[in-house]
Design a protein around this ligand. Structure first.
Ligand code: CA
Length: 235
């Protein structure tokens, strides 16, 4: 089953873990928080994440010890590890990479930088992963597996609604007239009335539930899918 990429955050400071979690969730990831090494190990034994964000300074076993152990085990050795640390000097950086970390990010870091690092390790480890996946805010659509997910919930869409959503998501923030949508989504539409578009947009909105607010009706012009609408009206 295709799902949002899981990120295991191993971090003992709740405020930092919470900040990272919120940002990851808003960017199409599924964060899982473990506050110590035992919890992290239990998570790994249960379900493997796509990336591990590993704090260096943890109570008990250090992040360095954990990185070395996970890298040495067949079950976990292929999971990308990004070390989080306040230590910025080169000796520590080398130690982290020697222990098997894929990358290293020094606190304090910007969300943008963290997301860029996560995406980079995912691309390096699994170049095919992003194929066909479109993510806008908390809405993601996977053209390869025909799955649509909003806030971790799988949504059920008919084939036409799926095509329509795919087009709107890959051409977001722009207004599309009904005749343009017929052209792009239905293709040969000689015998289809423009009203048909409204019917399918209505069905699409019903299927999207809370995410329906992302599809705006622009009076006299057509429809637009926008992330801004979802952000302006938090659920
Ligand atoms: Ca810490």
């Amino acid at each position: 089953m295709r799902r949002l990429p899981g990120v295991l955050i191993v971090e003992d400071e709740p405020a930092i873990a919470e900040l990272i979690s919120v940002n990851l969730r808003h960017n199409g990831f599924r964060p899982i928080w473990a506050m110590d090494s035992a919890t992290a190990q239990a998570e790994l034994d249960a379900v493997l994440p796509d990336v591990i964000l590993l704090d260096w300074m943890l109570p008990g076993e250090s992040g360095l010890t954990l990185a070395r152990r996970w890298r040495g085990r067949p079950r976990t050795k292929a999971i990308p590890i990004i070390m989080l640390t306040a230590r910025g000097d080169e000796v520590d950086r080398v130690a982290g990479l020697d222990a098997g970390a894929d990358d290293y990010i020094a606190k304090p870091f910007s969300t943008k930088e963290l997301l860029a690092r996560i995406r980079a390790v995912l691309r390096r480890r699994a170049p095919e992963r992003d194929e066909g996946l479109v993510v806008l805010g908390e809405l993601s659509l996977d053209a390869a597996t025909y799955r649509v997910v909003f806030q971790d919930q799988m949504l059920k869409l008919g084939p036409t609604e799926f095509k329509l959503l795919h087009y709107l998501m890959t051409h977001a923030e722009r207004v599309h007239s009904r005749s343009q949508l017929l052209d792009k989504v239905w293709g040969d539409h000689v015998f289809i009335e423009e009203r048909t578009v409204d019917v399918h947009v209505k069905r699409l909105r019903e299927a999207l539930g809370v995410a329906a607010q992302m599809i705006e009706t622009v009076r006299g012009a057509g429809y637009r899918l926008t992330v801004a609408a979802a952000l302006a009206k938090p659920a």
